[in-house]
Design a protein around this ligand. Structure first.
Ligand code: GLA
Ligand code: ZN
Length: 674
């Protein structure tokens, strides 16, 4: 069941009024109403204030803030404050403090600075979660629970060491099995007992030189963090079964396997902090990953910045309209909320330079406030029209955290292996054509898809090769290439050429792979006779039935295929032996789309992102002009209503630079299109 299907889009975000006085709190309420802020998230990190000594709770100040919010009709998501334990707790129970990868026991300090396996931490966290649940479960303003904050620290303490061994025992049963799975014959790493297995750290360098062990440590870290989350979540869930419980996911998503983590939450909550230097495709892809985490369900954008940040090396101001574009991009890709960090700027601390909807000047006349107000009013107008709506895509791109870790832990053939970049690279030619793409897990249902992109499918598990072979045989188009079909779930390679079990479907085999220098390019000639460049890795391949569609023209492997297409069953597999630039991939994407009978949602011109969410048969389109020139979306003879202005749109419709158009057919109160 999706928990996000509310009657409106959540608009607001992190709020810390415990840092200021009553008069400011009251002033904030006026501004919130003005900007149509409907939801705040609090009191993240306020454990020290809520529990000044063990078991002595001090909820009075929070009760008062919640009263004021309710008086003003503003809902709230209550955060358990367990992202930062009080100083007395670290002092009384030093076992809570983490040990870092260099083996240093850390002192009390930072936030999210605790051992996620500490029984004491979990006991105290469960106690305060229970106290909050008990106290606030029936409050009318309560909209959900946000647990702790951005989990993801690693710990290497003795307790984690013991837990890791227990985890391995459960996973492998016997030490002989672990030896076989981890390939400990190599470098004489044979263990005689689980007690000899060490956490992979900088003390033993196994974090760098023992990929099978590090890979399992990352899995263990995710499982431990899930247990830490569930320790609180189950209490909150029991108290308020109808409200969503989640934790916000760091913008840097590699830290934890979110395809394991998010299904344990009621809704994914992702913190979206694109750098102004990122291409717009990167947040788009990450948003699509979040949508995949609960198999297409909508999610929360749990944080984004309304203005300047403080933690980028250079903190550019958000340009006029930029916040609005980012917010709509989040909604367009499946967000049911537009939550921000933060409502009002702090007076002190590490983030005092971080922007907020209400700046320290404390006025509603700032550019940021006025832009937030415009957004708030628009979102209110849009109501629940697309809340809970889904994206309908026929192209899927595979994504997997184990694959991510394993591929990047692998030493060779290039140190520049960056899985997210590789996925983005193959996503972009389709994304920029405004053809919807779904991110797929290895275990997703493939039956609705015509095309599956599988960049760097290094690790094979969950029968993925068998499932892809079947997908192609039954008429699908698969695109894969270098670094695919190497290892099993323990990072063991099989004898036999790559891409392993995909060899037949690809109709090629890989003899060897050249790792190019960072500035090195190879030339490739396409079957249309066009010369293009490629870089990164070059597989030297042999065809076994596949047709070359491009050939290397440089290096000693000149004349051998650089890309192939193989008919297999009713479908086909494209194999990209090297990293082509966008020129080649754009042409290939066009060919694939044409063959599969797929087209962009509407033809567009200019730097415009076009997406669609469908809810109960009603489509809502989002056209976002990220460019500095006027863009167009060609609606041909169709006519739609621009939902924010009521304007009728038809034919070639212009979108001003930086502007957003949200459009669809009008619907009546029963939700039918009219
Ligand atoms: C993160 C945290 C917030 C805050 C913001 C600042 O995402 O969750 O508490 O530190 O970054 O951008
Ligand atoms: Zn620990």
């Amino acid at each position: 069941m999706a928990y996000t299907t509310k009657k409106y889009i959540l608009f607001g975000g992190d709020y810390n009024p415990n840092q200021w006085d009553e008069a400011t709190l009251r002033q904030d309420m006026i501004y919130f109403r003005e900007a149509k802020i409907n939801t705040v998230v609090l009191p993240v990190f306020s454990w020290a204030k809520l529990e000044p000594s063990e078991g002595q709770y001090n909820f009075g100040w929070l009760d008062h803030i919640l009263d004021v919010l309710e008086e003003n009709g503003i809902g709230y998501i209550l955060a358990t404050p367990t992202g930062a334990q009080p100083a007395w707790m670290s002092r009384k129970y030093p076992e809570i403090l983490p040990v870092d990868i260099e083996g240093r026991k850390r002192t009390h300090g930072m936030r999210v600075f605790f051992c996620y396996n500490s029984e004491k931490y979990r006991e105290r966290a469960a106690a305060i979660a229970a106290a909050m649940a008990q106290r606030y479960r029936n409050r009318k303003g309560l909209e959900g629970w946000h647990v702790a904050n951005e989990y993801g620290t690693s710990c290497y303490c003795e307790n984690c060491q013991k837990k890791f061994r227990d985890w391995l025992k459960r996973r492998y049963g016997t030490i002989e099995n672990l030896n076989a799975r981890w390939g400990t014959e190599f470098w004489g790493r044979t263990y005689y007992s689980f007690e000899e297995v060490m956490l992979p750290t900088k003390l033993n360098d196994d974090c760098q030189f023992f990929p099978a062990c590090e890979l399992d440590y990352q899995r263990f870290k995710t499982d431990s963090t899930i247990a830490c989350f569930e320790n609180e979540a189950k209490i909150l869930k029991a108290a308020t079964p109808d409200l969503p419980v989640y934790t916000n996911i760091s913008g840097y998503i590699k830290k934890l396997d979110q395809f394991k983590m998010v299904p344990c939450m009621d809704v994914a909550g992702w913190d979206n902090y694109p750098s102004p230097q990122d291409p717009r495709s990167l947040p788009a892809l990450k948003l699509d990953i979040m949508r995949a985490a609960r198999d297409g369900e909508s999610f929360y954008v749990a944080e984004q910045s309304p203005a300047q940040q403080n933690w980028q090396p250079y903190n550019k101001l958000k340009t006029p309209g930029e916040m609005r574009r980012i917010a709509y991009q989040g909604l367009a890709h499946g967000g049911d909320s537009s939550l921000f960090f933060q409502m009002r700027q702090s007076r002190y601390g590490q983030e005092k330079m971080h922007g907020a909807i209400i700046g320290r000047a404390g006025t509603d006349t700032t550019r940021t406030f006025r832009e937030a107000m415009q957004l708030g009013r628009e979102l209110e107008q849009l109501g629940a029209r697309f809340v809970g709506g889904r994206t309908k895509a026929k192209i899927g791109i595979l994504f997997d955290w184990d694959n991510w870790n394993a591929m990047e832990l692998c030493s060779g053939p290039s140190r520049d292996k960056d899985y997210l970049k590789e996925v983005l690279h193959l996503y972009e030619p389709f994304y920029y054509k405004n053809v919807p793409v779904d991110v797929l897990k290895y275990t997703s249902d493939f039956s609705e898809y015509r095309v599956i992109l599988a960049p760097c499918l290094y690790m094979l598990k969950d029968n993925i090769a068998e499932r892809l072979n079947r997908f192609v045989k039954e008429g699908g188009t698969l695109v894969t290439g270098y670094l695919s079909g190497y290892a099993d779930e323990n990072d063991r390679c099989e004898f036999g050429a790559y891409p392993g079990p995909l060899r037949k479907a690809a109709g090629i085999w890989v003899e060897e792979t050249d790792g190019l220098f960072p500035d090195e390019k190879v030339s490739v000639c396409t079957s249309e006779g066009i010369t293009v460049q490629a870089d990164f890795l070059c597989d030297v391949i042999h065809t076994e039935g596949a047709d070359p569609i491009a050939e290397y023209t440089s290096n000693f492997y000149a004349g051998t295929p650089a890309a192939t297409c193989n008919h297999y069953g009713k479908g086909k597999t494209y194999y990209l032996a090297t990293k082509f630039g966008r020129d080649f991939l754009d042409v290939l994407a066009e060919r694939i789309l044409r063959d599969a009978g797929l087209a962009p949602l509407f033809p567009t011109e200019g730097d415009v992102e076009l997406s669609c969410r469908e809810k109960e048969g009603i489509c809502t389109y989002f056209a976002i002009n990220f460019g500095r020139e006027r863009a167009c979306v060609d609606l041909a003879d169709k006519s739609y209503t621009e939902l924010l202005t009521g304007r009728e749109l038809t034919g070639n419709t212009p979108i001003e630079p930086g502007d957003v158009l949200v459009f669809g057919r009008k619907s009546n109160s029963e939700g039918e299109e009219v």
